[in-house]
Design a protein around this ligand. Structure first.
Ligand code: HXC
Length: 510
């Protein structure tokens, strides 16, 4: 027995070495951790249970029969994050470039199946040269098996992708179908076709970083939800995100201990809104002042900054926040912000995370760029996402809520449960200037008359009371009491049940 145990240890040691010391040194020299080091940082200490350490590929062509490294380029298994079950796979670039073979794919599929059956999130750490060239169509088949599981798991368990190296070609479509993608600055990239192919086909000269680095995908394409400085920071932040999420659609989000009174009064909020309605203020200040201990995990921080999305906790319970940001484009809704917020609202609704909507929106951005780009369809995504959401919805209008954007931003009419407005709210079809120019076109040359009309319009419509008279606003609240009101609103909605008519699935304007 001692011999057998010794042999097991030798085999394990060999498998744990992946592609060997030399390749590990190369990995480290690039500022990247190894597949196993990443898992160690992601999971609670000592909690990793590995499966498939000795799996080897079955390929024989191109001399592959003589090169069968144990584990086949991906480390898979499960462990815990702050005591909660998580399945993980981590591609090992030191083994055949982390390339995906038939067996590599089977290892990933196995833990995805287990995650769905046992109701726990999947974290996929991507660092791979793509389909294993020596395996041809078997490698492509492996990818498609993973894709199918990404789709089946969508809305069942949270799926998080970390891109920590190359992720190119069709390989990008697995992360693309997960709930969140995070990248590491300067060491990860994602593209469907690389710089060489781009040069051949379009004659564009572009580096891998410019084409598909973290900056590109967090700022321009919005493919990625966030980027971190290095592997260590990325893994720590993913642990933080996981703490906000339920393990599956069968469970409620976790409730954490909190040390911040739900009754906390924030006197500073009474002066957050500037006297001049055209002057911006930072909506993030409100978010942070509402959150338990000011803790806010932002999603897509660098994209469509005119809307803010992310997670906070109220009385220890996770709440998704969607908020117009008056600091950027006056908080207007446009194609990018509507798409960003719609996807976030849908994620929250999939996983029973209540949504808090903070509204200060002057309307939709006008212009040919927006219309040609399909703002009608993209705006409809957000409208649709709110309208189909059955999770508790609480809305606070801090200032402007004009036109269609008023309806879209979780209005009462779309199904929001509790709608508050600050006394500074202006709820109308449009702002006073635009309204007067249309209603009193004949007086446009007479400054005195226009001023009188504007004052009359402002007095009548630039307030929350017309909407409150109709019950579209449940209560006009002093800003300083917002945390208390919002906490109590969500507390009253914990058992909300909103039946929906049977359908196979809806047809959201994709
Ligand atoms: C087999 C691969 C591989 C692959 C890398 N390797 N990619 N082996 N299949 N796809 C191996 C290399 O041969 C090398 O082995 C080791 O991994 C490290 O690779 P290097 O090239 O030395 O590393 P680096 O210089 O860092 O370059 C990384 C790279 C490059 C940019 C990813 O390896 C590369 O271009 N690989 C090919 C990428 C590719 O075209 N993949 C197919 C994409 S199409 P040795 O033994 O020399 O160390 C695709 C379709 C998916 O993936 C479709 C899904 C539907």
């Amino acid at each position: 027995m001692a011999d057998i145990l010794a042999e097991l240890e030798v085999r394990r040691k060999d498998a744990r070495l992946g592609g060997g010391e030399k390749r590990i040194a190369v990995q480290h020299a690039k500022g990247k951790l190894t597949a196993r080091e990443r898992i160690e940082l992601l999971l609670d200490e000592g909690s990793f249970e590995e499966y498939g350490m000795f799996v080897a590929h079955r390929a024989t062509e191109f001399g592959m029969a003589a090169n069968r490294p144990p584990g086949d380029g991906v480390v898979t298994g499960w462990g815990t994050v702050n005591g909660r079950l998580i399945y993980v796979y981590s591609q090992d670039f030191t083994v055949l470039g982390g390339s995906v073979s038939e067996t590599h794919g089977q290892k990933i599929c196995k833990i995805m199946d287990m995650a769905v059956q046992n109701g726990a999130p999947v974290v996929g750490i991507n660092d791979s040269g793509g389909a294993r060239i020596q395996e041809g169509v078997d490698a492509l088949a492996a990818y498609a098996e993973i894709f199918r599981r990404n789709i089946e798991a969508s809305g069942v368990v949270p799926q998080i992708s970390l891109i920590m190296g190359p992720c190119a070609g069709g390989a990008v479509y697995s992360p693309a179908m997960t709930d969140f993608i995070f990248m590491v600055k300067d060491s990860s990239y994602m593209f469907v076709t690389g710089p060489d192919v781009v040069k051949t086909v379009t004659n564009e000269v572009v580096t891998a970083e410019e084409l598909g680095g973290a900056s590109t995908h967090t700022r321009k394409s919005s493919v990625a939800d966030g980027a971190f400085e290095n592997d260590v920071e990325a893994l720590g932040e993913i642990r933080r995100l996981i703490d906000f999420l339920p393990l599956s659609n069968r469970e409620k989000p976790p409730v954490r201990p909190f040390f911040d009174s739900p009754d906390r009064i924030e006197a500073s909020l009474d002066t957050l809104i500037p006297d001049n309605p055209n002057q911006p203020y930072d909506m993030k200040e409100l978010i942070e002042k509402l959150a338990d201990e000011g803790d806010f995990f932002e999603i897509q921080e660098d994209f469509a900054k005119n809307i803010i999305t992310g997670f906070l906790r109220l009385e220890g319970q996770t709440v998704g926040v969607v908020a117009n940001q008056p600091m950027v484009l006056a908080g207007v809704l446009d194609i990018d912000s509507a798409r960003k917020a719609a996807r976030f609202v849908r994620f929250c609704d999939c996983f029973e995370i209540p949504i808090l909507t903070l509204v200060d929106v002057p309307g939709f951005l006008p212009g040919t760029t927006q219309e040609y780009g399909g703002v009608i369809k993209h705006g409809a995504k957000l409208l649709f996402a709110y309208g189909e959401a059955t999770v508790p919805l609480v809305t606070v209008i801090t200032r402007k809520a004009y036109g269609g954007a008023y309806d879209v931003m979780a209005s009462k009419h779309l199904g929001s449960d509790v709608n508050y407005a600050w006394p500074s709210a202006e709820i109308a079809v449009m702002g006073a200037k635009g309204a007067v120019e249309i209603l009193h076109r004949a007086d446009l040359g007479d400054a005195e008359k226009i001023a009188a009309h504007t004052a009359e319009y402002e007095a009548r419509f630039a307030n929350p009371f017309v909407a409150a008279e109709r019950g579209f606003i449940d209560e006009v609240i002093p800003p300083h009491s917002t945390r208390r009101r919002v906490c109590r609103a969500f507390a009253s909605l914990r058992k909300k049940s909103r039946p929906v008519p049977w359908k196979k699935h809806n047809n959201i304007p994709l």
